[in-house]
Design a protein around this ligand. Sequence first.
Ligand code: ATP
Length: 588
Amino acid sequence: MEFSILADSFSKMESTRKRLELTQFLVELFEKTPHEVISKIVYLIQGKLRPDFEGVELGVAEKLAMRAISKSSGIPIKKIEDEYRKGGDLGHAASIILEQKTQTTFLVEDITIERVYETLFKIAKLEGVRSQDMKIKYISSLLNDASPLEASFILKILLGTLRLGIAENTVMDALAIAFSGNKENRKILEYAYNVSSDLGKVAETIAIKGIKEIEKFEIILFNPIRPMLADRVKSEDEAIEKMGDNFAAEYKLDGERVQIHIEGEKVELFSRSLEKISNYYPDIIENIPKIIQADNVILEAEAVAINENTGEFLPFQELMHRRRKYKIEKAVTQYPITVNFFDVLYYNGKSCLEVDYKNRRDRLEKIVKEDNFAKYIPMTIVKNKNEIEDFFENSINAGSEGLMLKMLDKPYKAGSRGSHWLKLKREYQNELGDSLDLVIIGGFFGKGRRTGSYGTLLLATYDEDYDTFTSICKVGTGFSDENLDQLYQILHPKVTIKKNPRINSEMEADVWFEPELVIEVVASEITISPIHKAAKDKIRKGAGLALRFPKFTGKIRMEKTSEDASTNEEVITLYKGQKKVAHDKNLI
Ligand code: ATP
């Protein structure tokens, strides 16, 4: 299939944010696509080559892409850089540069989607000393044969800046319409996606085998299942109101969620955002299969750092020491963990998702044999406010964050956040009632003791409507020297020449970062702001929302992608909640 068809389609999609229009464009594209190419197209639409859990990263830097454009066009890098600075989009800049070139050269060969995809795949797999040169060679050979429009999209995919604003649900709507003639079948596709985390595979199945085959979709061992998430509640009363008078309470441990897939000796671990994280936990890989009584199984647990002498839980950031490629063995002995199991999703070849919570927990306790390393998350059945309060106290005293409350008779709803699970957290000094997870978009150089680090950071929420990151506050408190060092190491490679077009901020920063890293902050209040862009126009015309007295909690949320950050909708809910409290206390 010619790549020009995809490039034309992408170009139309970029010109709208309306979901119905996007769906229509997608349907038209899918109808033109040969079935064996459909999975590739679905990955490319999402700006990737394979599902996240396979970890195929393109990792092409702006500088390298500029060298490839220069090689292909014969135009000096300096000129390309100038063009790039004008618009802030290297893909677009390349199309202008190549426009100049195509006046003098002619196209050699039509490029197909298959060729582009395979070349990108080769680029992603390149490693080692000569990989940079090889990448330039591959990219420039594609650009040689590409039209300016095609070149601009090839580069956007390579750089990870393709932003069509297409949510997974929209892709599923379009697949349902194109291949079953009925949008309602989206629900069936959703289930298939939730258990496989692989939208390309779902697309290929419905295109080639039809909706009947999608209905048969099952969990595949070593493909992660999209996790079930919890709604937040502010009080025991609110929890009882939502759950009735008979539900389970579990400690909400402050660690990293791990989905553990085991068959015989083979073990793989996946994070909350479905990345493979087996390398960070060799201790889990080695020890857990020994204590499992099952032929194959998928379990969920919270890996938590502990104080080996007292057995006390330590905060999440202690796990950060394991986020390194080398010397992981040393981190494992220096920062020991326990693995605290809370769910079973698959057992001896069968899904457990439809099994209710109570029976899943019973089954879990039969499958896992507890020892010093592996535990069940403490759980009790609660019936009234006193019992919840009691268990909450115990949980906090043990060093955890609060409680997870779970309805006894409900199944595991993969891929959804809902009221069958609720979280009740300690409020710290946080008057908002919950912390926010915000994306770091910019930095300001530190002074005095903070020279050589980013002393203050500019933070953003995620705007789901526009797929952008909207500024909400600057934060300069709550950082230890160690935090500042660590953040500098992580953020420095993310500095960009131009502000990423997904960043929506009027405030200028000393440096702009790729919007990728998420940190947790607390604040005293949400206020109306003339400068910040979060929830702009939603509460007051012409104004956004900002955090007052924000403070970093010390938690870098490595397990969250920037799209998992707190959304503007969540901030609006907190803002309205705060107004209600003030009203109830007769403050306004
Ligand atoms: P948060 O910011 O509160 O961690 P989140 O958006 O990461 O929330 P939620 O579903 O809202 O995800 O909160 C559940 C998270 O809490 C899980 O992802 C998991 O890492 C952690 N957790 C700790 N203890 C439990 C437990 N007993 N059951 C389920 N999840 C638990």
